[in-house]
Design a binder for this molecule. Sequence first.
Ligand SMILES: C[S@@+](CC[C@H](N)C(=O)[O-])C[C@H]1O[C@@H](n2cnc3c(N)ncnc32)[C@H](O)[C@@H]1O
Length: 248
Amino acid sequence: MHQYSEFAYIYDELMNEVDYIAWIEYLEQIMAIENASVKNILELACGTGNITLPLAIKGYDIVGMDISEEMLNVAVKKSKEIGVDIVYLEQDIRNLEFEVDGLDCVLCCCDGFNYILKDKHLKNIFTKVYYQMKEEGIFIFDISSYYKLTKILGDNTYGEEKENITYMWQNFFNYENNTLDMDLVFFVKDENGKYDKFNEYHTQRAYKENEIANILREVGFSKIKTYGDFSFEKPKEDTERITFVCKK
Ligand SMILES: C[S@@+](CC[C@H](N)C(=O)[O-])C[C@H]1O[C@@H](n2cnc3c(N)ncnc32)[C@H](O)[C@@H]1O
């Protein structure tokens, strides 16, 4: 079973404690600080559209891209229900193909790049983004930090029993290639009260801040800022989410 297949249909329920409204506000604050004039946006690894949909409702012309057909099914369903037209593209961003130049903004939120396991693939993506962005464009993305993947998630087991979903999540950190293997098992209650079980295996790469900054510089980005945990402060040793703000 590939990543974010069956999991797609319960993703939003498991993410219901994430404050996406605050996340959107944070992104817009960054755009304002950078004096970025943003009308069109390409969002990479958009998932079920939790960032995409609110931005489209606010009037941005946004395209969402994701490798998971199932995550996009959920995204399309939500946008149809609300009556907002959004173009969603099913694509592996490691071979990003998007022939629209002059983008105002490219986004990738909530770990999208942690799923890119190899430097060379991250470099491919950054290169493509660099060339598709307009001169004054802005590239904003976040990653779960090396600290979070090694010290908080690494080699830990989590479990939770919710009303309709029970899950176990076992992690194994591999220091040879700095990857975190996550073994997820879900039990989802159907309308008759019977539980269906399924597994997914996810792998995330733990990147150090400077590894990413170096690749960004290599491909040409010259203005790179980093912020820790939704603040406007530099990341600290125990920062869990690092947001990168990049310009040419
Ligand atoms: C944690 S989810 C984040 C989804 C969304 N950005 C959000 O904020 O809710 C990570 C997403 O990355 C996508 N993803 C992972 N590898 C990808 C790849 N190579 N190309 C495109 N999308 C990918 C997954 O399918 C999943 O939807």
